[in-house]
Write a protein that binds this ligand. Structure first.
Ligand SMILES: [Zn+2]
Length: 444
């Protein structure tokens, strides 16, 4: 009995500990109502996608997006709107082709991986050797890899585990003398769509060209190899690395009414890959953050702390935007109360993850206010690539989560377009960001 009573007492304590959020409920319910009825956020996302288009950080389109987003922030009544310059890598995709030349003739879809070197103009013609893992590659050794094009054809085991073949494949294959790499696109589902993404080189191995092919073609090549009929292909990539370019983070805020020096950062990345429209990744996150804060600014009373929207540049090509913001903020990072990031797409809202654990314990009750949005989940463990530099300096990081049922079907492809973003789900994600930012800015 004593044990049972103790459990009841503990449950009551937890409940009482969470009740502090209830006094914010009328304001957050108002935010949820306005977010789920306003079409302004989705209209901005549509403009960004349809009129500005994809925007790798070094591109003229990204420069246009920066100017436009700053103007949108000013029009929304944000204060201290600035575009803060950031040096970014400048890589040009150029023309690309992949032709099977033996024993068939066939042109295959491909996308160069971001950062890849180009091939000679006449291309690289070599036999393909297919492997499903680094272990399999290493077992082949130099003798069977040298002078060939390695195709990595790993099973999809989720993004986090599978992406290593895209990021490190060129290094591992070059070590054994491969002349180029092809990587099966990092996705679980494919409708013949290649997926690009960042890749790395190492100082001690030759830089060899790298491109993604479709899941369908990777499977085809693997089956032919298994049948004893390996392919020879010609790969042509016109990629070029130019001198670094200048892009910018777009920053704007609503000043806090009592603690203006304490800052809640909220954002996503404005840049995208140079294909598709960067709709889910991450136009949706950037535009949801902007709209969430615009709606907060319309409340009768401004929150106690300052809420600052940061639309980061160059998340995709190395994260220089996130690092530049941390530098730009300098000593004021110590006054950053929390940082929220949305960069997992705008499918059904699925809660927030908070790091480190003590911050989670303080913030988890906010889940009580999110019920109308389909998830009350506020769990330990979260953050994001752009806020990681702030988190390393001790700022609690709050990562927005979406269900992600299809996110990696579209990720880094020509199919990441506005039609993939459901307006109703987008609105709910705006509402969730607004509730989280508001309560963090208002809480004791
Ligand atoms: Zn992203």
């Amino acid at each position: 009995l004593r044990k049972v009573l103790w459990l009841f007492a503990a449950a009551a304590l937890v409940h009482a500990a969470d009740e502090w959020v209830d006094k914010h409920r009328s304001a957050t319910d108002q935010l949820i109502r306005s977010a789920t009825t306003s079409t302004d956020g989705y209209a901005r996302l549509t403009y960004l996608c349809d009129r500005i288009g994809n925007r790798i950080s070094s591109s003229p389109a990204m420069a246009k997006a920066v100017t436009w987003a700053a103007a949108e922030m000013k029009a929304a009544g944000f204060e201290n709107v600035v575009t803060s310059p950031v040096k970014v890598p400048n890589w040009i995709r150029g023309d690309a082709s992949l032709r099977v030349v033996k024993p068939y003739t066939r042109d295959l879809a491909l996308l160069a991986l971001g950062g890849s070197v180009g091939t000679p103009t006449e291309g690289i013609t070599a036999p393909v050797v297919v492997v499903s893992s680094f272990t399999e590659l290493d077992a082949l050794g130099t003798e069977k890899v040298k002078g060939r094009i390695v195709l990595f054809n790993p099973n999809w085991e989720g993004y986090g585990r599978t992406v290593q073949y895209r990021s490190a494949g060129a290094i591992r294959a070059a070590k054994l003398g491969a002349v180029a790499v092809l990587v099966r696109s990092v996705t679980g589902n494919s409708l013949y769509t290649p997926h690009t993404g960042a890749m790395n080189y190492a100082a001690d191995t030759p830089q060899i060209p790298a491109a993604a092919i479709t899941v369908e073609d990777a499977g085809w090549m693997a089956r032919l190899q298994a049948a004893g009929e390996p392919l020879t292909v010609t790969l042509k990539l016109g990629c070029q690395r130019l001198a670094d370019a200048t892009s910018a983070n777009v920053i704007g805020e609503i000043r806090g009414r009592e603690l203006p020096d304490e800052i809640v950062v909220i954002g996503g990345h404005l840049d995208s890959w140079d294909v598709g429209q960067g709709a889910q990744d991450d136009g949706s996150g950037a535009m949801a953050a902007l709209e969430a804060v615009r709606l907060i600014s319309k409340l009768p009373q401004k929150p106690r702390r300052t809420i600052r929207v940061v639309l980061f540049t160059d998340e995709e090509f190395g994260g220089s935007g996130g690092r530049a913001y941390e530098q730009w903020a300098g000593n004021t990072v110590e006054k950053h109360f929390a940082a929220i990031e949305m960069d997992g797409g705008a499918e059904a809202f699925a809660g927030f993850g908070v790091s480190p654990e003590p911050a989670w314990q303080r913030f988890r009750a906010i889940g009580r206010l999110l019920e109308p949005l389909g998830s009350t989940s506020v769990t330990v463990g979260g953050g994001g690539a752009d806020i990681a530099p702030l988190m390393r300096r001790g700022v609690p990081g709050v990562g927005h989560r979406a269900s992600g049922g299809h996110y990696f079907d579209w990720h880094h492809t020509n199919a990441d377009t506005i039609d993939k973003v459901d307006p109703k789900e987008f609105q709910k994600n705006v509402a969730a960001l607004a509730v989280m930012a508001y309560v963090l800015a208002e809480m004791e």
